[in-house]
Design a protein around this ligand. Structure first.
Ligand code: GDP
Ligand code: MN
Length: 385
């Protein structure tokens, strides 16, 4: 789960990390009042779960409360398209109005849970700001990486190492190390998977301020963080992904035209590989999970076929706790409720009650090709597309 910049900055501020003074506004009038209270040059920043706002016109410097109101009016209610969003962009439902800061230098600091490193990796670069992706790609030596041992946590010497890597003045080394330590504690305490401060600004008067903040949280740990659950903003998610989430279905939308319905994350990955190997492209990752019932399977099919790109549906079920006859009933249920969106299906079913499931499907009015293994599935997809 992602959260908004203004929410992330509240967490940072709580952890003792300095952020610019400001507040969230959901209307232009509120934006004006905040700018009035700040009483100086301000920035109005679109609050969306995507980076690249600066380059997309989502960050505006304003000289007066009237201008703040105008900038907010121009942003709120629109969709912001950045290089990190799809072509439709994401809706701007509010803005952060902050004191503008005088920037001497923009640094980059991030902490990410890295599976390959089996722990958190902290990254720092003195070339922060809006072109950090280019820095990482073209001059990776400018990005310092420090792996943190999960048993020991972030050690003071590692904080100092990051500070030296950022090439800050000696009097700021302690502050940078303190920030790194505080960020690591946030990761630990809140089951965060990513924290990115870009830019971490050195102001012209020599202070360090977190001018932007992006947080990611581990969805599987959210159950133990009520305060974080309250920050969930479904408006920022792909509508199909949000709907799937409500039914406990793991669904990630992709760009292809073969919809996939599978039980088990590993099997879902393998099914996507088979689809690719057949020269077709998966339209989604979907795992109905182990404890699915008829209704959940039906929901999964409804979600998959509501993607207009989908032309064929590949169903790959290894029946265990989830019985194949239940899956078949769910597929029939969904198809009969949406007869105008009945797409050809390639179905591989093995395991508990597979025979019963296959019988139910072949006796139904669905356009089903039953296959026995993944090779046959690939052939069937090939001939369908
Ligand atoms: P992002 O593009 O979505 O990552 O949004 P950021 O919050 O990082 O803002 C993009 C850029 O806007 C920053 O790198 C800064 O150069 C600039 N910016 C943001 N806040 C301020 C500010 O208070 N004062 C000034 N002068 N520039 C700012
Ligand atoms: Mn940024």
């Amino acid at each position: 789960m992602k959260i908004h910049e203004y929410q992330a900055k509240r967490i940072l501020s709580h952890a003792g990390i300095a952020v610019p003074e400001g507040d969230y506004a959901s209307t232009p009038l509120e934006a004006r009042l905040i700018a009035e209270r700040l009483g100086k040059t301000s920035v109005v920043k679109a609050q969306v779960h995507a980076g690249g706002r600066g380059k997309a016109g989502g960050v505006r410097v304003v000289e007066s409360p009237a201008e703040a109101e105008e900038a907010a009016a121009a942003l709120i209610g629109t969709n912001l398209v950045t290089h990190q969003t799809g072509p439709q962009g994401v809706p701007v439902n509010g803005v952060l109005v902050e004191e503008a800061i005088d920037i001497a230098k923009e640094l980059y600091v991030s902490l990410v849970v890295d599976g390959a490193a089996e722990g958190v990796v902290a990254m720092a670069s003195e070339a922060g700001g809006i072109d950090i992706e280019e820095v990482a790609e073209k001059t990776p030596d400018k990005l310092l990486k420090v792996a943190i041992d999960p048993v020991l946590g972030l050690q003071p010497f590692q904080g100092r190492k990051l500070a030296y890597g950022l090439n800050v003045e000696p009097e700021l080394v302690r502050t940078v190390a303190g920030i790194a330590g505080a960020l690591y504690r946030i990761i630990e305490e809140r089951d965060s998977s990513l924290i990115e401060i870009n830019p971490l600004v050195i102001t012209t008067d020599g202070r360090l301020l977190a001018a932007d903040a992006k947080f990611g949280f581990d969805d599987d740990a959210l159950f133990r963080h009520d305060d974080l659950q309250a920050l969930h903003d479904p408006d920022q998610e792909d509508p199909l992904e949000a709907e799937a989430g409500e039914f406990g279905i793991s669904y990630v939308k992709l760009d292809g035209n073969v919809g996939c319905i599978v039980n088990g994350a590993g099997l879902a990955m393998a099914t996507m590989d088979v689809t690719n190997a057949a020269g077709a492209a998966p339209a989604n990752f979907l795992d109905v999970g182990g404890g699915a019932d008829e209704e959940k399977v039906a929901q999964a099919l409804r979600i998959v076929v509501s993607d207009p790109n989908v032309e064929t549906v590949l169903i790959n079920i290894f029946g265990g706790i989830l019985r194949c006859d239940i899956v078949a009933r769910g597929l029939v249920m969904a198809s009969e409720s949406q007869p105008d969106r009945m797409l050809p299906m390639v179905v591989r079913m093995l395991g508990t009650n597979a025979e019963e499931g296959r019988r139910l499907l072949s006796e139904s009015s669905l356009d089903v090709t039953l296959v026995n293994d993944l090779n046959e599935a690939a052939d069937a997809i090939k001939s369908a597309s």
